[in-house]
Design a protein around this ligand. Structure first.
Ligand SMILES: Cc1cc2nc3c(=O)[nH]c(=O)nc-3n(C[C@H](O)[C@H](O)[C@H](O)COP(=O)(O)O)c2cc1C
Length: 345
């Protein structure tokens, strides 16, 4: 079990090492409650926030978007934006808040994001990306990294990706995550853009050969820790996992410390549930709602005995009047009773 109390508040020195495995930034999903849960399952894995836009922080003053729990380190703030000065200011605010890394989103294809010239559309403007990264690097001491696609629309990834990465490297940036598929900015929804454009992992491997000093994490379609290990064994520096880590966090994270970092014992979802109890109580005492936390816990037992009972107990019970942490303990009790029954058979 990861003891969150014993983790340093800040100054995590080796984010690069943590980036061997990272949990991708996911809007509405990787909020602070989700990250708290993930951290209970793995002490070493690098966690990313949801994207926070630089206008929201700098012009909107929405500093609450930077809130996180001290136990979340190593944790990276992902920013969206394309104005170098504004991104620099947003990065400064993020570093001041204690984030271990500031990441620029050059991969998100949503309409809203396109209209503000954020995200994947920036693949078409590597010079602007370089100006943004340079300005951010000048503003903070922590790592500034980029999460990108292999291209957009009719771009030829073989040509444009090396050029894009060379520009990014020239700013002094040493780490990127590459979602190994294009974004098709016209005609596909953001969700379709995570599934339909074909994955090209060999291209990511070729980028590693071309830029051996660049720390490259591969992202997209990776669903098991076995696959993650295979990418690391094949020479990539890191693996970033999104949806599978959210839907089946125990499968991705419980063995990650031992297998990916050679550091620490395996964890269990049951232990994580128990460790969530005081966190949930504090959240409820502060006026928060149970659902805000339990929605991230629904997949904890995915693929394990009792997964359906767990999910159903939590999702049906959460909206009942007076629902509190006892619901979570009741669901856990059902899982444990089931396990004992199976052992006895
Ligand atoms: C619900 C959801 C929200 C996402 N939000 C972001 C985001 O804020 N920033 C970003 O760079 N990518 C975002 N992504 C993309 C993921 O970071 C990741 O690149 C993508 O899901 C592919 O990885 P996977 O196949 O392991 O899920 C999001 C994905 C999902 C499913």
């Amino acid at each position: 079990m990861v003891d969150l109390k014993n983790q340093e508040k800040s100054g995590f020195s080796d984010v690069q090492r943590a980036a061997r495995l990272s949990i991708a930034p996911m809007m509405d999903w990787t909020d602070r409650h989700c990250r708290y849960l993930h951290r209970l399952l793995s002490r070493n894995t690098l966690l990313y926030t949801e994207m926070v836009t630089s206008p929201a922080l700098v012009r909107g003053g929405a500093l609450h978007l930077l809130d996180f729990n001290a136990s979340e380190h190593p944790v990276a703030l992902q920013l969206g934006g394309s104005d170098p000065a504004e991104l620099a200011e947003a990065a400064r605010l993020g570093a001041e808040a204690g984030y271990d890394e500031i990441n620029l989103n050059v991969g998100c294809p949503s309409d809203r994001v396109q209209s503000g010239l954020f995200g994947a559309v920036l693949m078409e403007n590597p010079a602007l990306v370089a100006r943004c990264v340079s300005a951010m690097r000048a503003a903070v001491d922590v790592d500034v990294t980029v999460k990108c696609r292999i291209g957009v629309d009719d771009q030829n990834p073989e040509e444009i990706l090396p050029e894009f990465l060379a520009r990014v490297i020239a700013t002094g940036c040493t780490r990127v995550s590459i979602h190994a598929r294009k974004a098709w900015l016209q005609g596909l929804s953001p969700k379709e853009n995570r599934d339909i454009p074909p994955l090209d992992y060999p291209l990511v491997h070729r980028m590693k050969e071309l830029f051996p000093n660049l720390h490259i994490s591969v992202n997209g379609g990776i669903t098991t820790l076995d696959e993650a290990e295979a990418f690391l064994d094949a020479g990539l520096d890191g693996v970033m996992i999104g949806r599978s880590a959210y839907h089946s966090p125990a499968d991705i994270l419980c063995q990650a410390d031992r297998r990916i970092y050679g550091d620490g014992a395996d964890t269990t979802p049951e232990e994580a549930v128990r460790a969530m109890v005081p966190y949930i109580e504090a959240h409820l005492d502060g006026g928060g709602r149970l659902h805000q936390i339990t929605r991230h816990m629904l997949g904890l037992f995915a693929g394990r005995p009792g997964a359906r009972i767990w999910r159903r107990t939590l999702s049906e019970g959460v909206s009942k009047p007076g629902a509190d942490v006892s619901l979570v303990l009741e669901a856990l009790d059902q899982i444990e009773t089931l396990a004992q029954t199976r052992e006895a058979v």
